[in-house]
Design a protein around this ligand. Structure first.
Ligand SMILES: *[C@@H]1O[C@H](CO)[C@@H](O)[C@H](O)[C@H]1NC(C)=O
Ligand SMILES: *[C@@H]1O[C@H](CO)[C@@H](O)[C@H](O)[C@H]1NC(C)=O
Ligand SMILES: *[C@@H]1O[C@H](CO)[C@@H](O)[C@H](O)[C@H]1NC(C)=O
Ligand SMILES: *[C@@H]1O[C@H](CO)[C@@H](O)[C@H](O)[C@H]1NC(C)=O
Length: 294
């Protein structure tokens, strides 16, 4: 009896879950978003998916009123032809589709689903991880980036994730090594930012994360990776001083260098590199989690 009471007294307080809306542009039933969802849930977070019903890659910040599905239904037969404009997995109501664009789906997740499913507004939004890289100028056309910047415009700090390896496959396919590694890395950096405490990012700012190719032979585990602060667009001498320089490497320089993940700090308003102050904010948050190219 006494022992039990002591155990109870000294039990650590349950750490409170953080509410996260997850979207993408490859669609709600693509394997990557489901593997990322599972990793975030396994790490104890309170998560919902609100993503397009079908592949909406390359649609940037396009937005539209959701419409009923056509005769072929959702991607990978994940909903039937003629299904409603907005729907969910009846046995997993945290998994939602919106038959419009990534921006539309992200906003619906934040404004409409979060209250009922997560119990309040989200603390954070994440997007991806995208099938294929979104480094440099590609950010302007990426729907995965469109969704992240939409969240930041709505006052929700956001991160977009993209990985070079893989093609679009359905949620029921076997989990591949690259998906596991990208999911581990994405949930790890998300949880590292969460651990650093609120505010997670300055207002109107989102992070762009890119991963190089992963296979069973190269960069085959999350622990082989180092995150390096980078720039989306070329620039010189105007960045926060890190790794002995005031010019950050470009995203493509980072991911070409080996098992390095690039992480850039960007404005939601125009998807360009954020100010030194915002870069410094991220350096202070992530601390030694960020490394240098060797
Ligand atoms: C819906 O959830 C069930 C139960 O987890 C699962 O078996 C099924 O594959 C899911 N379908 C979709 C489209 O998410
Ligand atoms: C979603 O929420 C917004 C803001 O509360 C509201 O204006 C809109 O009508 C809702 N959309 C749907 C489809 O329920
Ligand atoms: C990230 O992963 C490393 C191992 O690779 C682990 O030591 C660390 O605790 C993880 N951090 C978070 C916040 O999950
Ligand atoms: C992008 O938007 C930010 C925030 O509104 C602004 O400070 C910056 O000057 C803009 N940059 C470009 C290149 O338009």
């Amino acid at each position: 009896m006494i022992k039990l009471r002591l155990l109870f007294l000294f039990a650590p307080a349950l750490s409170s879950a953080v509410s996260i809306v997850l979207s993408n542009d490859d669609g709600w039933a693509e394997k990557n978003i489901r593997v990322f969802y599972d990793a975030l849930v396994a790490s104890g977070q309170n998560v919902l998916i609100s993503a397009p019903a079908i592949d909406r890659s390359g649609t940037g910040s396009t937005d539209a009123t959701p419409v009923q599905l056509g005769s072929s239904g959702c991607e990978f037969s994940s909903c039937p032809g003629g299904a409603p404009a907005i729907g969910n997995n009846a046995s997993e109501p945290r998994l939602n589709y919106v038959n419009a664009y990534p921006v539309t789906a992200m906003r619906y997740g934040i404004q409409n689903l979060s209250q009922t499913i997560l119990g309040g507004p989200p603390d954070l939004a994440v997007s991806g991880f995208n099938v294929g890289g979104n480094a440099g100028g590609t950010v302007l056309i990426s729907g995965t980036v469109g969704a992240a910047s939409e969240a930041a415009k709505e006052g929700v700090p956001a991160i977009a994730f993209s990985g070079a390896t893989g093609s679009q496959v359905g949620w029921q396919t076997t989990t591949e090594t690259y998906q596991k590694v990208y999911a581990d890395l994405s949930s790890n950096v998300t949880n590292t930012l969460i651990k650093a405490g609120k505010p997670y990012l300055p207002d109107g700012i989102w992070l762009n994360v890119n991963y190089p190719s992963v296979s069973d032979k190269t960069c085959s585990s999350a622990s082989s990776f180092v995150f390096v602060l980078s720039r989306i667009n070329s620039g010189s001498g105007n960045d926060v001083k890190t790794c002995g320089s005031t010019t950050l490497p470009s995203e493509s320089q980072v991911i070409k260098a080996g098992c390095y993940a690039s992480i850039s700090v960007a404005y939601a308003a125009n998807k360009t590199d954020a100010s030194i102050d915002s870069q410094k904010f991220v350096v202070d948050k992530l601390g030694s989690y960020l490394g240098c190219l060797s």
